[in-house]
Design a binder for this molecule. Structure first.
Ligand SMILES: Nc1ncnc2c1ncn2[C@@H]1O[C@H](COP(=O)(O)OP(=O)(O)OP(=O)(O)O)[C@@H](O)[C@H]1O
Ligand SMILES: [Mg+2]
Length: 272
């Protein structure tokens, strides 16, 4: 038997479900963000009755649950309505061309031809959006280049004036001063309801990390005091994501060393 086969056949894993510690994992339970989720859905509500919506800007430091909450909001909308939703991660769709291509693909279910100018793709999108509403999310918009951000805001926010479109635009940024980095014309057209995601308290962070440990590790792998210790450092780093990465890395470390418990020393010596 090869070593790989041996590893695959023995269930010596300390993880009940390692996916739980994956950064892109979407938790079923969102701790302490009910109000923010509700505000997002209230902002979107008019589109469900074919009325004009006021757009939304979500602001908050990294790791405050913005992406997690919006993904839950989109799931609710997809489950309860037939309105199309388009989630754009501007870290990946990082140019205007890529953004419009993604929206085009969603609306027309085909890829635009590569020799078609971006302006034409945009025009086709707007014409289509005169016939059907759309919920459009731009996550991490602050990662897009400044000229592209200004152009995108100018084009989309003016669309509801020039075309009879009904688009609910939701912008997510991790910088409260984002608006002021825009050029004047984009600033003046950016009328949005603001939803602020405040930093988590240490208790909130603890309950999130504790839930993940309960779901992700087998019983006894880590104790509450150890989770509290990791939470404290995560709070000092202002990063829940850091806490999740550390938990995953600790699990992997003891697993490779054939141990079934994280020790206080592991935590103390740990550097990521
Ligand atoms: N309220 C919460 N309940 C459960 N898990 C959460 C919560 N908030 C954040 N998390 C978890 O913390 C990690 C970071 O959250 P998320 O990606 O939503 O943050 P973000 O605000 O979008 O950060 P960034 O600005 O860096 O994109 C994710 O793994 C997510 O599952
Ligand atoms: Mg995010």
């Amino acid at each position: 038997m090869s070593i790989l086969e041996e590893i695959m056949q023995t269930d010596s894993s300390v993880f009940k479900n390692q996916d739980i510690f994956n950064i892109n994992y979407l938790p079923e339970i969102i701790h302490g963000r009910d109000q923010e989720l509700k505000s997002i859905l209230i902002n979107i509500k008019p589109i469900l009755t074919n009325n004009k919506v006021l757009n939304t800007i979500i602001m908050g430091n990294p790791s405050t649950g913005k992406t997690t909450v919006i993904k839950h909001a989109l799931l609710e909308i997809e489950n309860y309505t037939d309105i199309k939703t388009c989630y754009i991660n501007c870290n990946i769709q990082n140019t205007l061309r890529k953004i419009y291509t993604q929206i085009f693909k969603l609306l027309f279910e085909i890829q635009p031809r590569s020799n078609v100018a971006t302006e034409i793709i945009q025009e086709k999108i707007m014409e289509k959006l005169e016939q059907e509403p759309l919920i459009l999310v731009f996550d991490d918009l602050n990662t897009l280049s400044e000229p592209d951000t200004n152009k995108l805001i100018n084009e989309l926010f003016r669309a509801n004036e020039y075309y009879h479109t009904n688009i609910a635009i939701i912008i997510i940024v991790n910088n409260i001063l984002f608006k002021y980095s825009l050029e004047k014309s984009a600033q003046s057209i950016l009328h949005c309801n603001e939803i602020i995601f405040t930093d988590y308290t240490e208790e909130q962070m603890y309950s999130i990390l504790k839930t993940r440990c309960d779901k992700g590790f087998k019983p006894g792998v880590i104790n509450d005091q150890q989770i509290k210790k990791i939470t404290k450092t995560a709070k000092e780093h202002s990063s829940l994501r850091w806490g999740l990465k550390v938990l995953n890395a600790l699990g992997l470390k003891i697993e490779t060393e054939n141990r079934d418990k994280i020790t206080d020393n592991d935590i103390m010596n740990f550097t990521l």
